[in-house]
Ligand binder design. Structure first.
Ligand code: NAD
Ligand code: DAU
Length: 337
């Protein structure tokens, strides 16, 4: 039986991936997560007691800890990151620490331990922004990141590439488009708009609301990562995406329609500085080589997601009230960031 070290497994996508490994495969999982504001143990309550699952609280920049954890694992799947663009605009330094430095520490430890596969989970944002008529990003599109978040992810991608070129380390990079689904932290577009609509609060749409994102249901992304882990060619980059381009305002209107709430809640606000206009991913390579493609219809996935937030009020109320951070303080008795 193989053991996989997952970093950032208490976040939105990492928790979906860990759940998938435990429920649908025979792998054992070690989940290393710092429990920053975005990490939530409640995301994995349902599998936390499984004998193939082990949680370790710690940071990927902790060289001693990651060296210890890498010994005895077969593969690393690296999700841990600072992930929110608006936060990176406020303060880039945690992004450089975690996304750049942390990735290098993890690479060094995995290489020293002879880990057989290292999957680095990256993002379409490293490619920059598309104009309206431009073709979608391909794996060969030059990197042109525009936000500090995207720049830090591009930096980590370059370090992963260097580990392959310099040391022949068996790395693989996935770059995915915008995810949505259950357990997404309520700072991101879809959960934020859903919760605000439920609470009758204004829905803050940046700029003209016509920026385009390519949306993918989180389970589909995780199945793509699993395919890359199991069947991808070392040294390769694989784009993943939903083939589902939508303007932000269309999504906001759909959420209001699903919830039966009035469009008067929409409030146009100042644009995000450096706001990328459009993302779209070409995913022919992963379809052709690994037989993966996204399966979830957007309308059905969005309805499922909105329903999940309606049914899991306690989950997001605890986040909004800060209660879950209090729980960690009691549990771990130390200062959290
Ligand atoms: P998230 O912010 O929900 O979760 C990040 C997790 O990483 C949290 O559990 C956090 O506690 C942990 N973490 C942060 N810093 C850490 C550190 N220094 N050491 C250990 N753990 C740390 O993020 P997400 O949306 O689940 O994204 C996961 C990964 O997928 C990221 O690498 C992100 O760049 C990438 N990605 C996200 C999307 C998206 O739409 N959300 C799309 C493509 C790629
Ligand atoms: O494309 C993949 C990326 O998607 C991931 O790498 C990032 O980790 C993830 O955060 C996400 O980045 P975005 O910036 O695209 O996601 P966000 O949910 O922050 O915003 C989506 C769009 O909605 C974007 O055009 C900005 C807009 N927006 C966002 C918020 C939070 C608003 O109009 N109002 C808002 O309040």
């Amino acid at each position: 039986m193989k053991t996989i070290l997952v970093t950032g497994g208490c976040g939105f996508i990492g928790s979906c991936f860990v759940r998938m490994l435990i429920r649908e495969t025979g792998y054992s999982v070690v989940n290393l997560d710092a429990l920053t504001y975005a990490g939530n143990l409640a995301n994995l309550d349902d599998i936390a007691g499984d004998r193939r699952y082990r949680f370790v609280r710690g940071r990927i920049e902790d060289a001693g800890l990651v060296a210890e954890l890498c010994r005895g694992v077969d593969a690393v799947v690296h999700f841990a990151a600072e992930s929110h663009v608006d936060r990176s605009i406020e303060d880039a330094s945690p992004f450089v620490t975690t996304n750049v430095l942390g990735t290098q520490v993890l690479l060094d430890a995995a290489r020293a331990a002879g880990v057989q596969r290292f999957v680095h989970v990256s993002t379409d944002e490293v490619y920059g922004s598309l104009g309206q008529g431009d073709p979608p990003f391909e794996e060969t599109t030059p990197l042109a990141p525009n936000s500090p978040y995207a720049a830090s992810k591009a930096g980590s991608d370059m370090l992963v590439r260097a580990a392959w070129k310099t040391y022949g380390m068996p790395v693989l990079i996935t770059r995915c488009s915008n995810n949505y689904g259950p357990y997404q932290f309520p700072e991101k577009l879809i959960p934020l708009m859903t919760i605000n609509a439920l609470e009758g609060r204004p829905l803050p749409v940046y700029g003209d609301g016509r920026n385009v994102r390519d949306w993918i249901f989180v389970d589909d992304h995780c199945r793509g990562i699993l395919a890359v882990l199991e069947k991808g060619r070392p040294g390769e980059v694989y784009n993943l995406g939903g083939e589902c381009e939508k303007e932000n305002i269309e999504i906001v209107r759909l959420i209001l329609e699903i919830l039966g709430k009035p469009e008067e809640l929409i409030q146009y606000v100042d644009d995000r500085p450096g706001h990328d206009r459009r993302y779209a991913m070409a995913i022919e390579k992963v379809k052709r080589e690994l037989g993966w493609s996204p399966a979830t219809d957007f309308r059905a996935g969005l309805e499922r997601t909105v329903q999940w937030y309606c049914d899991h009020r306690q989950w997001w109320e605890q986040i909004l009230s800060g209660e879950y951070m209090e729980f960690y303080r009691r549990q771990y008795g130390e200062r959290l960031q």
